[in-house]
Design a binder for this molecule. Sequence first.
Ligand SMILES: Cc1ncc(COP(=O)(O)O)c(C=O)c1O
Length: 371
Amino acid sequence: MPEIDRRPVPYLDLTIQFRRLEEEWLGSIRDTGANGTFIMGPNVQAFEREFADYVGAPHAIAVANGTDALVLSLRALGIGAGDEVITTPYTFFASAEVVTLVGATPVFVDIDPRDFNLAVDQIAARITPRTRAILPVHLFGCPVDLAALMKVVKDGDVKVIEDCAQAFGADHRGRRVGAWGELGCFSFYPTKVLGCYGDGGMVTTNDHDLAERVRHLRNHGATAPFVHDTIGYNSRLDEIQAALLRIKLRTIDEAIAGRRRVAAAYMERLQDTAVVTPRAPEHGGHVYNLFTVRVPRRDHVRQSLLDAAIGCSVCYPLPLHLQEVYRELCYRPGDLPVSEQAAAECVSLPIFPELQEAQIDRVCEVVLGSL
Ligand SMILES: Cc1ncc(COP(=O)(O)O)c(C=O)c1O
């Protein structure tokens, strides 16, 4: 048996990729500077087209970040005070925060223990006359069972806004996430599957009118230069970030294949142990933005990883229904038990396309040794 390499393992290393893209990106920054168009220029326009083609939705509208993508989508559907939006409590805070930001109320439904995603079979029971939308999150890169979800909302009164922030490139039954619901919302935060070197986001939609509304809202609700009929936002993607994202999009399939290779290597090494690895979706492709496992004595496992200089994270330690800021919604511990259990058992291990087999061996050695 070869010796295990016991050097530190980073949770995420974006510098390897930067070195590969550096010359090309710096070249496009120089081109942008030379032509003097920094906002809503040719790279943003081209990227919107290329992104729409990749996702398989006719419209893509670039915005300033993933949180804005969600806010603009809710506003484009006219969702606000008095409305309810059903979402998951087991996600990054932004998924519910945006509902509150537009004046509506998040209604939390528990998750499926097998994949951390919204339990689609529990949604119908929570729909009321005030429900305007479902906001499923393709958590950690795992696609929600969208075919089943679309059956729940088939009468058309309740809309679907997909939170695809962690799942660029994931698909369900051959159709990519972001092409199923009324609107799809993406984040280009640097740690995402398709990330930029700053903030960025995108809204996708199959509906021409919704696309126009999002375009209008992202630019201060302007109908013509200096003419405004709506209170909107300054939410635009920078030209130099769009240039980088265009470069990255060209090799994104290889990056996703790299993430799948790492995930498969973890699953092989951790099978038949006390570690519960993520379930591969039955009808689709997971893109493993994060590789989150469940372990007994999670805090001890986490500390063992940190002591061994292995990066890890707890995504997420406190479900949203129990956050202090949502106390007025009156949820109590025990109300959404599957989410609460996930929060107590989960730890996310290092994953990025360039992670080496020897590093995966080391992570697994420490995890298994700490059980
Ligand atoms: C599930 C989810 N939704 C929304 C967001 C918000 O994206 P951004 O950070 O680009 O505003 C994130 C980002 O971390 C996320 O993980």
